[in-house]
Write a protein that binds this ligand. Structure first.
Ligand SMILES: N[C@@H](CCC(=O)N[C@@H](CS)C(=O)NCC(=O)O)C(=O)O
Length: 263
């Protein structure tokens, strides 16, 4: 019998991402946050654009999320990759019922920038990816990175029944869900990713090099490595891929020293 990994939701904090609190949604009371961005297209590795980089570094971003990786960590990684400072507000579970009604959608994460509040992790990711030039070299590459991320999001949604049962949030047979739901979806998703990487001229999803899609997927592979005892054996090339992304000098140290969170 397959041994279920020690529950992936070892703490109630880690459960927050897959549970839905019943508190009613009420409009935000959050205020503005400071400096205006002067450019939507900073180049962080180009001397001619040091000015933009400086402005971005000075812009005050606040990311509000729970004290877990889940939907927040790829966003944190984009900031780290770009070397752009941000306030990393981590809500503790005990405080959430009180805070929830003050948030725009009753959900986390949301990003505050330039006095505006931007909910939705996907929109935040794409916004920052555009800001930090992590969207490939042309519009087709951008669309392709988006496309791969959407496919990956579907995979995440498809395996949710297994994740919920495995995390003790729903009743069900974890072994059956693993076999009948998780593994088939994993294999379809990663077969597709394998073909994408095989066709790429770089080690990453698009030909021109790393994009936010790589960071998003490498980040989630961390969760799969906790969730799926056979991942490493079944898909060693994706452990290598994750390591390649995590070895990027901009994020290497952060990944090595960040707080452990199973989801
Ligand atoms: N579509 C939203 C979903 C946000 C979401 O479901 N957030 C979860 C945490 S991962 C949450 O806020 N749960 C607490 C609650 O629903 O009260 C996004 O991607 O940002």
């Amino acid at each position: 019998m397959r041994v279920i990994p020690k529950s992936i939701a070892t703490s109630t904090l880690e459960r927050q991402c897959v549970s839905y609190y019943k508190t009613a949604n009420i409009r935000t009371s959050n205020g503005g946050i400071g400096m205006k961005l002067t450019s939507s297209k900073p180049t962080l590795d180009d001397n001619d654009n040091k000015k933009h980089s400086k402005n971005l570094k000075m812009a005050r971003y606040t990311l509000t999320y729970f004290d877990i990786r889940a939907r927040g960590e790829a966003i944190r990684l984009l900031f780290k990759y770009a070397g752009v400072e941000f306030k990393d507000v981590r809500i503790q579970r005990a405080d959430w019922p009180k805070i929830k009604p003050t948030t725009p959608t009753g959900k986390l994460p949301y990003l505050e920038v330039d006095g505006k509040i931007l909910p939705e992790s996907g929109a935040i990711l794409r916004y920052l990816a555009r800001q930090f030039k992590l969207i490939g070299d042309n519009e087709l590459e951008t669309a392709f990175a988006d496309s791969v991320v959407e496919t990956y999001r579907d995979f995440k949604a498809n395996i949710r029944p297994y994740v919920h049962v495995s995390a003790g949030l729903a009743n069900g047979n974890a072994d059956e869900l693993y076999k009948d739901v998780y593994v088939p979806n994993r294999d379809i998703a990663f077969k597709y990713l394998e073909s994408v990487l095989a066709k790429s001229e770089s080690d990453f999803i698009v030909d021109s090099g790393v994009t936010y899609a790589d960071i998003f997927i490498a980040e989630h592979i961390t969760t799969l490595l906790y969730l799926d005892p056979s991942f490493e054996k079944a898909l060693p090339q994706f452990v290598d891929y994750q390591q390649k992304v995590f070895a990027l000098p901009q994020i290497k140290d952060y990944v090595a020293s960040r707080k452990v969170s199973k989801v």
